[in-house]
Design a protein around this ligand. Structure first.
Ligand SMILES: Nc1ncnc2c1ncn2[C@@H]1O[C@H](COP(=O)(O)OP(=O)(O)O)[C@@H](O)[C@H]1O
Ligand SMILES: [Mg+2]
Length: 290
């Protein structure tokens, strides 16, 4: 199973929001990382056949996204602004959606109960949608996207607004579903994909800055991350000269975690980069070039 994206671009009027993207997405969990406005939602809407590319094509298991009906059978989609029938119950909403997608009665009920169990909502079948917490709503969104048992699951910024526990729980849930499937998860937070995605693409201003393993992205910042402590009087020049990843006031001065191509001074301690460091380094490089 794979998704092959070939020279994809998207324009809204004169504005090009996706620029000639080529990418292969393999089975498992795939992260799409980028700042707000990078083009993640535009890209995912094309993958979900809700928007038509200006140029290029996507093949999902050999089927072009132009074959909308066939592709829709293959994909499940959880939009960024997911909301459904807030006055219905959890079960009622899913049952209704299942009816709309022509799932036969018996299969529909069985599937809904199985899914509600998997997304840990089986005690909430009678809860009204409007009474669910943010995390529960997102989990209902996943159940909705998986109703027709798709091979490809597309999830747009699902962790936004979730508290840390819900976030971890939700990530683990997606990871469970990625067995034998492709799960594409977009986010602007590197740590969302650090623990769960084997592969990642970084989108910036409509361009793919990086695609490959999360480990390779992390290593972009190898030998570039330093810890230094300086007196408070040097706060301004440090901030002006370096990209500061982290700043901490201590008794002896201010401790900075910074990006630098060379050691900033003799006392600087080199640090092992995190995925976020690799991502930040990449964005910094791109800023420098533009
Ligand atoms: N329907 C639209 N019409 C015009 N511009 C759009 C439309 N949708 C998105 N954009 C623009 O495309 C760019 C990418 O947006 P989006 O795909 O939502 O990014 P992200 O999801 O990464 O935040 C933004 O500059 C946004 O303003
Ligand atoms: Mg978005």
């Amino acid at each position: 199973m794979e998704i092959i994206i070939n020279n994809l671009s998207k324009r809204y009027g004169k504005k090009e929001v996706l620029k000639n993207i080529s990418l292969t997405i393999p089975e498992g969990m795939y992260g799409l990382l980028g700042r707000n406005g990078a083009g993640k939602t535009s890209f995912m809407r094309i993958l979900a056949t809700l928007s038509i590319p200006t140029n290029g094509d996507i093949q999902m298991n050999g089927v072009s996204i132009k074959e909308t009906t066939k592709v829709r059978e293959m994909i499940g989609y959880l939009p960024q602004d997911f909301s459904i029938y807030k006055n219905m119950t959890v079960f009622g909403a899913l049952d209704y959606l299942g009816l709309l997608s022509n799932l036969p009665n018996k299969i529909r009920k069985e599937r809904i109960y199985t899914l509600l169990e998997q997304v840990h909502l089986k005690d909430n079948t009678k809860t009204k949608v409007k009474a669910l917490s943010g995390g529960m709503k997102r989990r209902l969104g996943i159940a909705q996207a998986l109703l027709h048992n798709p091979q490809i699951l597309i999830v747009d910024e699902p962790t936004a607004g979730l508290d840390p526990e819900e976030r971890i729980r939700f990530r683990n849930l997606l990871s469970d579903f990625s067995d034998g499937r492709i799960v594409i998860l977009s986010t602007h937070i590197a740590s969302d994909i650090e623990s769960t995605c084997q592969n990642v693409a970084v989108l910036n201003k409509g361009n793919i800055l990086f695609h490959g393993s999360t480990e390779t992205l992390r290593k972009q910042a190898d030998h570039k991350v330093y810890l230094i402590t300086v007196p408070k009087s040097l706060d301004k020049p440090i901030k002006e000269h370096y990209y500061v990843l982290n700043r901490n006031s201590t008794n002896t001065g201010i401790q900075y975690r910074i990006l630098s191509n060379t050691p900033p001074n003799e006392l600087a301690e080199i640090q092992t980069p995190t995925l976020e460091d690799g991502y930040m380094y990449l964005l910094q490089q791109a800023e420098g070039e533009s």
